[in-house]
Design a protein around this ligand. Structure first.
Ligand code: HEM
Ligand SMILES: [Cu+2]
Length: 600
């Protein structure tokens, strides 16, 4: 792999001190968000289960908004920009063209986060201050679409943050262009290839949320426009809301493809396959967002059905990844003397927290994948929609596959970014295993609770419901949820403590091998067209137009660009004047009764 012609003792921080500083700052922001998010997480777990309630139930929404936004926007994306800055610099072996650009995007993202965080945290005040003519508040959850409305500053913060990420992508493209003119005809080094393809996907998808905010939600929250079309903003949100999950996931993929094989003692199985996977994400991740709207009125079933089919194709890159990464691990284990059909598993470096964390994260990812298939199916989605099952799925995916991989990756990267030895390797090993155990308890409870109809996003899930449970009891589920959440919180604290102590451990010598061995099957084995990014952008845009032109045209023709005014509560349907609706309801009731009769 070009750009990596240095020996293991040449630490990243020694070769690129300024870039190491950028990565450290980005990681610090990420970890502060992780800490606050985890605290809010455990508060939710204990509140919902009525084990410990330190806030009033209405404040639950402030906590839930903070939990979602700090974790899935600040933690993941700050980690991403840090990791990608490292990956580009390391694999191209060069500094950014202009460091002022680098500092600018880091600054924009940090200021944006701060502004949005202030708007959210104001929710804890009894009497939030008036700013710019309206009360500071942002209890809108991380899916911040209408009819929920936040203070304008919340959206301004988000916009600054996203513009920061766009500029970061530009910075990395610029590094690559500069490298390309020095190395004409060479293949893009794999880590940089992953960064560039991720950013292309991000540009294509984040334009949706930018449009939703700038054209509709922000003017509406500022009082410039009277109303908006909620279906339109929801659809624009989910246009970005599905690909954003791959924005969280692809840095984890980068670590699985680049670092995990090396930690296993071997080499990546196939560089071309990794390239194909990242290109598949450019093509497939955006045209599927409507699968979050199966239950939304105003989008016809036909479009939903097409989207369901597209979604199933997304299994392909994940299955390819599972195959390649496991094959690379097996190769590594056999290099270390592992034998037999399964015996090689014991030859893996299970005492290395970086390895074990990533391997366990990958294992949990498989469960996330299976439950994702359930969510994606139009019919079974109706069963789990808005039930606790969904956070169960979320915590196996971004909450573990991503978060645990990031923590494990940090254990490998931190010594190279600081020049300090990792403090407490065995505590780190315990920490990643504790996360794994915690997530099993918490998501087991969430999945099962969801199946018996426990709602998500509520402080009072027990309110007026009697859950019919086949196995175990509701109390047992509650205990598991609270126990799992507490273990996760302790695990987070341990992680943060290890990171902090390592930062201050500066009279030590790091023991870490930062070189990345070339893949068994290198880029020369793949067609050059894979590196022609313009081709993939063009195809991706065509697919997006196919998937969205008709539904969007439909939504706008019915609800108008700025919509009918929305008055969310209470929604009154005058049944008498809608005989068709009455018919539909009666038919539905009849259908349900028949189905129940058939089952029982
Ligand atoms: C200390 C660890 C954590 C605990 C105890 C925890 C707990 C919870 C609980 C109990 C809920 C359900 C709230 C409800 O629907 O009423 C929830 C929701 C959620 N969690 Fe976590 N969580 C943790 C870590 C994470 C991480 C690391 C991520 C992502 C990186 C994450 C992302 C989310 C998201 C996106 C939701 C849904 C928010 C919404 O519905 O708006 N959580 N969490
Ligand atoms: Cu999705």
């Amino acid at each position: 792999m070009s750009g990596t012609e240095y020996t293991a003792s040449d630490l990243f921080v020694e070769r690129f001190p300024d870039q190491a500083r950028i990565v450290r700052i980005a990681f610090t922001n990420a970890f502060v968000a992780l800490g606050v998010g985890a605290l809010f997480g455990v508060l939710q777990a204990l509140h919902r289960t009525e084990i410990l309630r330190i806030v009033e139930s209405p404040t639950y929404y402030t906590i839930l908004t903070g939990h979602g936004v700090f974790l899935v926007i600040s933690f993941t994306i700050f980690f991403l920009v840090g990791l990608y800055q490292w990956a580009v610099t390391d694999s191209l072996g060069r500094r950014p063209v202009d460091m002022r650009v680098t500092w600018t995007w880091l600054g924009l993202m940090s200021v944006g986060t701060l502004i949005a965080a202030i708007a959210i945290l104001a929710g804890f005040l009894d009497d939030p201050p008036d700013v710019l003519g309206s009360e500071l508040s942002a209890d809108v959850l991380f899916t911040f679409y209408a009819p929920l409305q936040a203070h304008p500053l919340f959206y301004v913060g988000l916009v600054l943050f996203v513009v920061g990420t766009w500029l970061a992508g530009f910075d990395w493209f610029r590094s690559w262009w500069a490298w390309k003119s020095d190395n004409p005809g060479e293949r893009i080094p794999l880590p940089t290839f992953m960064v560039l393809t991720t950013m292309i996907m991000w540009y294509i998808s984040s334009i949706g949320v930018a449009t939703a905010i700038l054209a509709f939600i922000l003017p509406w929250s500022l009082g410039i426009t009277e109303s908006l079309n909620p279906t339109l903003t929801r659809t624009l949100f989910w246009y970005f809301g599905h690909p954003v999950v791959y924005f969280w996931l692809l840095p984890a993929y980068l670590l699985w493809y680049i670092v995990l094989p090396h930690l296993s003692g071997g080499r990546l199985f196939s560089d071309p396959l990794a390239r194909v996977v990242f290109i598949l994400f450019i093509l497939l991740s955006t045209p599927v967002g409507i699968h979050h709207q199966y239950l939304d009125p105003g989008i016809s079933e036909g479009f939903k059905f097409i989207v369901m089919t597209n979604t199933m194709f997304l299994l392909l890159p994940s299955l390819l990844t599972a195959f390649t990464v496991v094959a690379s691990m097996e190769h590594g284990a056999r290099q270390r003397g592992g034998e037999g059909t399964f015996g090689w598993l014991t030859a893996l470096p299970w005492r290395d927290p970086a390895f074990t964390g990533m391997a366990l994260a990958g294992l949990v990812f498989a469960f996330g994948g299976f439950t994702g298939i359930v969510n994606a199916g139009m019919n079974i989605n109706y069963l789990v929609h808005n039930a606790l099952w969904v956070p169960g799925h979320i915590h196996t995916q971004v909450g573990t596959a991503v978060a645990l991989t990031f923590m494990a990756g940090t254990y490998w990267l931190l010594p190279q970014l600081t020049g300090n030895r990792l403090v407490g390797r065995s505590v780190a090993l315990f920490q990643v295993v504790l996360w794994f155990v915690g997530i099993i308890f918490m998501t087991n409870s969430m999945y099962r609770g969801g199946l018996i109809g426990m709602p998500r996003r509520t402080a009072e899930p027990q309110y007026a419901f009697d859950y019919e449970i086949g196995v175990g009891s509701v109390t047992e589920l509650d205990v598991q949820l609270a126990l799992g959440g507490t273990l996760l919180f302790i695990s987070t604290l341990l992680f943060l403590a290890i990171v902090l102590l390592t930062l201050f451990n500066n009279d030590s010598e790091p023991i870490v091998d930062g070189t990345i061995p070339p893949a068994l099957s290198g880029p020369e084995d793949s067609p050059r067209i894979l590196d022609d990014l313009r081709v993939w952008v063009a195809i991706a845009l065509v697919l997006v137009i196919f998937a969205y032109a008709f539904p969007l045209a439909n939504i706008v023709s019915r609800g108008g660009l700025f919509g009918p005014d929305i008055s969310p509560f209470p929604v009154v349907t005058d049944l008498a004047s809608h005989p068709v609706t009455v018919d539909a309801v009666l038919t539905l009731q009849h259908g349900v009764a028949t189905a129940t009769a058939l089952i029982t």
